[in-house]
Design a protein around this ligand. Structure first.
Ligand code: 4AD
Ligand code: MG
Length: 502
């Protein structure tokens, strides 16, 4: 092996052996002659027990005066301990400092989101962000497994392009030498279609860009998209692939990321229900459902339940305050920690209580022909216990390349997959138009310049076939599976209208 040290995630293979770990001090406690150092090395977290009388004076000096995020090399013997976080502990023989740390700004206490985003480069070291990035990584590998096992070729689309894909209002443009203008790609789809005509079944996996002018919990200006494109697939085949794909990803995370999900306090019961087939509803049915009495009642019930929960929490808080007076120090600490939790949940509830009446109004007055807003999608998903596939949208709200429904010309053969628990759209896709003249008409109707699409139109001139595909937004998927309420926590360095730094 290359490494002369052991990784925390491999400690299970070294019980009762002496190992050397290299990492950073995550947290510590201790008193008098004993210190408990929580070390993190990127693969996990482990408690290292340092009794003063078991180590030499140099080691004790380091352990006794060490700051959060100092880099350490720790040698000791591994013991299995069910109560220890991660299940193992290190009985330390020696501690050496590799790198000093100063007043580390991101302490284990609560910080506001703006502060955390400003310190994103350091916040990434926290346990919650460690868990999110590990799950993101597992999702990425699950994506490759899924497609590679099914005979897809990974073929990457260009990032600099001359074409708009998803409308012109969210294009990032830049000067491209002489007089040409170029864009950062909004989607690899059009090039994916060319590659599907070359290689049958392909997928692209790359960064995509949209100048999203509104700040929402679901929008980034730079995000990663996975876009399969399949020759000879119709809409239903596309939908089946999408549901198998999403179920595979969820399964992989449930199987391999138990520790990470637990670190995030993610209640996995809803994820465990993600089994195929997913329910399918047409856009028409979705509109009907939004406007139904059932939806109105569901929202009213939610409001009632939230009010009850809030009242209970406030009561608990008051009782805790009365107890706090005479309580011992460690009980006071527990009460204070619980108070932070209660306050956080009450804030969430109050925000929901402010929003829900508007959401109800928006659902009940939803008009056929409009696009679902994020809130409408949230409300829709509450009706289902697993992801739901919405299909056949009004053509006006969809892109130029969509095939029309042969049974109803007002409709485009699109599909969206909405994630449950209120997360909303994670996949958008559909069956592609194959007719050359229809596409030319659509390019004109969407005010797009035909000349930059000449290569795309060639695909309809030389062996045009029915084909379909879709795009999965990686960050929205990570956000749902990890239970984060905002996509900004699901990518190492998020880019939004308000943030280009760090
Ligand atoms: O629905 P969209 O716009 O579809 C397309 O781009 C198609 N060309 C894909 C295809 O058929 N090959 O985007 C697809 C997905 C969305 O469902 C969402 O998950 C994600 O990309 N997405 C975003 N994620 C984060 N921030 C944004 N601003 C996003 N816009 C779309
Ligand atoms: Mg979409």
């Amino acid at each position: 092996t290359i490494e002369d040290f052991t990784r925390i995630e491999d400690l299970a293979d070294h019980v009762d052996e002496t190992v050397t770990l290299k990492g950073w001090l995550h947290n510590q406690r201790g008193s008098g002659g004993i210190k408990f150092l929580i070390l993190r090395d990127g693969s996990g977290f482990v408690q290292c027990v340092v009794p003063q009388d078991a180590v030499d004076a140099d080691s004790w000096a380091v352990a006794d005066d060490v700051r959060q995020e100092a880099a350490l090399e720790i040698t000791g013997s591994v013991s299995a301990d069910e109560r220890a976080p991660g299940g193992y502990e290190l009985q330390v023989d020696a501690v050496e400092r590799i790198g000093e740390s100063g007043d580390y700004p991101v302490t284990p206490k609560e910080h506001g989101i703006d502060f955390l985003m400003e310190h994103r480069h350091l916040w990434l070291r926290s346990e919650s962000q460690w868990a999110v990035m590990r799950i993101r990584n597992r999702i990425e590998t699950a994506i490759h497994e899924f497609f590679q096992e099914r005979g897809f070729l990974q073929t990457d689309a260009p990032i600099l392009t001359g074409n708009a894909v998803e409308g012109t209002s969210t294009l990032f443009d830049l000067d491209y030498f002489d007089d040409e203008s170029a864009y950062l790609t909004q989607s690899g789809q059009l090039h994916g279609e060319a590659m599907a005509m070359a290689y049958g079944k392909v997928y692209t996996f790359g960064p995509t860009f949209r100048a999203e002018k509104s700040a929402t919990r679901r929008h980034l200006t730079e995000f990663w998209m996975i876009e399969p494109e399949m020759a000879f697939y119709d809409l239903e085949m596309n939908a089946q692939l999408a549901e198998d794909f999403v179920a595979h990803i969820v399964q992989a995370v449930l199987e391999d990321c138990e520790e990470e999900l637990e670190a995030l306090d993610r209640d996995t019961s809803a994820l465990e229900q993600v089994e195929t087939p997913f329910p399918r509803i047409s856009y028409d049915e979705a509109v009907e459902l939004l406007r139904s009495d059932e939806t109105a009642e569901m929202i009213d019930e939610r409001i009632e339940a939230l009010n009850e929960e809030k009242a209970e929490l406030l009561e608990e808080k008051e009782e805790n305050q009365t107890r706090r007076g005479q309580a011992k120090k460690h009980v006071k600490r527990k009460i204070d920690a619980r108070e932070i939790e209660i306050n956080k949940r009450v804030d969430e509830i109050e925000e929901a209580l402010r929003n829900l009446p508007d959401w109800k109004e928006s659902a009940q007055t939803f008009e056929w022909g409009s696009d679902f807003g994020g809130d409408d999608e949230t409300v829709l998903t509450w009706h289902f216990d697993r992801p739901v596939i919405v299909h056949r949208f009004p053509a006006e709200i969809k892109a130029f390349y969509m095939k029309r429904d042969p049974d109803d010309d007002r409709l485009a053969m699109g599909i969206d997959v909405l994630a449950p628990e209120g997360y909303g759209e994670i996949i958008g896709g559909g069956e592609r138009a194959t007719d050359l003249d229809f596409l030319k008409e659509q390019i004109e109707a969407h005010d797009l310049p035909e000349d930059v699409f000449d290569w795309y139109l060639d695909l309809r001139k030389f062996g045009s076939v029915p084909h379909s595909g879709f795009g999965l937004g990686l960050e929205r998927t990570v956000s749902w599976i990890t239970g984060r309420d905002h996509v900004r926590e699901t990518i190492p360095f998020p880019r939004t209208i308000a943030r280009l730094h760090p």
